[in-house]
Write a protein that binds this ligand. Structure first.
Ligand code: BES
Ligand code: ZN
Ligand code: ZN
Length: 451
């Protein structure tokens, strides 16, 4: 862990130096300290730090650039840049600043030893447990995404979900393999049946029934080969992360339960490997989905929306107050907003606006895209109620979202089409698996339902 509760003797102070006060601050330093600042090219910019000496010339404290805002960036690289040891802040910045430290300390150490232990920060703010819970929820999601498909097949994903449920005393149920057919979840079965590891639907329930019902749904494609419409090598290379939506939903559930939000939570994870075998589903097949709509398969690589549609229809059946889904659904969303912003769709403007604002404050950026109804024409099939992939090469993220909307009815719904992966290291965002939209939705839920 990159935080400690109590300040040990010898803990090293960190001063946050406001960029606007830089000249005045520098003027107050001793001549040798000023020389260190100059040599370190320190200008109190965000993501900059410099060591300062004591009167004997030994490194004694750290100055960190600070623009005055509460942001993950300020301390987001320090845990891995400062030498191992315990540090404490000499001022009390906001929670996002403190969360940045923990997010930046993350390392995925299952298959390779940690480069080094992170530096540790003394955390005694009143928000301490919220900060730890947030960092822990993000680490859970990141670990799940970073784990390769060989160790993160539907069996493993279900196990991880059930472990999480058990930790918080939540109920869980998993429908596996052919039982999906009996339960009416034919799309999840079709997508996952070619894998040696059977597809399944994970269903977790937590919280008091009298609280407002919120359902989280996550795309849990443990590996996306594309199916018979096989992906080219470059595109397939990153597809262990195709369960990033499931990881994000589980991370968010972890935070909701740890913070004991007054909601009645349900988490639905359709988990499957989109594999190739003689029993794989084919282009041209027609599948009857859980809510009765028939779907003609145009492309087996548009599998995410197929596993999601059965889970969303099941979610909608119980008429919850809100359904939120997370999915690494389309390359088109990445073309539209890039790898570092979540594409958000919603049938409810008030909720979308509130989540957008929450994301801005917590540096979990999302951007709303339109559910442009006329594009539904691109989803027409000549022999079924809909096709799974649009006839046009344009607006792929929108047509995917419109496909999902067919299974939601009138329930307030938010859909995130996310990257779930940092392609480069930024402060608080090490390269690798990433939960996107998790903190924005958590903030929205807390603001709306309290707790
Ligand atoms: N998992 C992919 C989408 C994806 C690709 C997400 C790259 C993030 C990065 C999804 O299952 C897929 O293959 N989508 C197709 C849909 C198409 C066949 C309609 C796509 O986006 O090309
Ligand atoms: Zn695909
Ligand atoms: Zn996919």
């Amino acid at each position: 862990m990159s935080y400690v509760d109590a300040q040990p003797a010898g803990s090293i102070p960190i001063d946050l130096v406001k960029r606007d006060n830089f000249a005045a601050w520098q003027a107050r330093l001793s001549a040798p300290a000023r020389a260190w600042v100059k040599a370190g090219n320190f200008r109190a910019e965000p993501d900059q730090h410099v060591w300062l000496p004591d009167e004997n010339g030994n490194p004694a404290r750290v100055a960190v650039g600070y623009d005055g805002s509460d942001t993950n960036i300020t301390l987001g690289s320090l845990a891995m840049r400062l030498a191992e040891g315990v540090y404490h802040l000499t001022s009390c910045p906001g929670p996002q600043t403190l969360i940045g430290w923990g997010l930046g300390a993350y390392q995925f150490t299952v298959y390779k030893k940690a480069k080094r232990p992170p530096a540790q920060l003394v955390l005694n703010s009143s928000d301490g447990s919220y900060i730890r819970h947030t960092v822990e929820a993000m680490a859970l999601a990141r670990d799940l995404i970073n784990t390769p498909a060989s160790d993160m097949l539907p069996t493993h994903l279900a196990e991880a979900a059930q472990n999480l449920a058990a930790r918080f005393g939540a109920r869980s149920r998993v429908i596996v393999g052919d039982d999906l057919l009996t339960a009416g979840h034919r799309t999840i079965h079709a997508v996952g049946r070619a894998s040696a590891d059977a597809p399944r639907l994970i269903d977790i329930a937590w919280g008091k029934p009298e609280n407002p019902a919120v359902v989280l749904v996550g795309k849990g494609i443990c590996f996306d080969s594309g199916g018979l419409d096989i992906k080219p090598a470059a595109g397939m290379r990153s597809m262990k992360k195709d369960m990033g939506g499931a990881a994000t939903a589980l991370g968010l559930a972890c935070l909701i339960m740890a913070e004991n939000l007054p909601v009645c939570l349900r988490v639905l994870i359709p988990a499957a490997e989109n594999a190739i075998s003689s029993n794989a589903y084919r282009p041209g097949d027609v599948i009857r989905s859980y809510n009765g709509r028939t779907i003609e398969i145009d492309n087996t690589d548009a599998e995410g929306r197929l596993v999601l549609c059965d889970a969303l229809a099941l979610a909608a059946e119980a008429e919850p107050r809100l359904i939120v889904d997370f999915a690494t659904l389309t390359g088109a969303a990445r073309a539209a907003v890039g790898a570092e912003i979540g594409a958000m769709f919603s049938n409810n403007t008030e909720i979308a606006d509130a989540i957008y604002a929450a994301g801005r404050r917590d540096e979990d950026d999302v951007w709303r895209m339109p559910l442009h109804q006329p594009y539904k024409a691109m989803l027409e099939s000549s022999i079924a109620d809909t096709v799974n992939s649009a006839s046009s090469p344009y607006a792929g993220a929108i047509t995917a979202a419109l496909f999902l909307e067919q299974f939601i009815g009138q329930i307030p719904w938010v859909h995130f089409d996310i990257m779930a992966f940092n392609t480069r290291t930024r402060p608080a965002h090490p390269e690798g698996g990433e939960a996107m939209g998790l903190r924005a939705v958590f903030k929205y839920l807390r603001e709306t339902y309290g707790g």
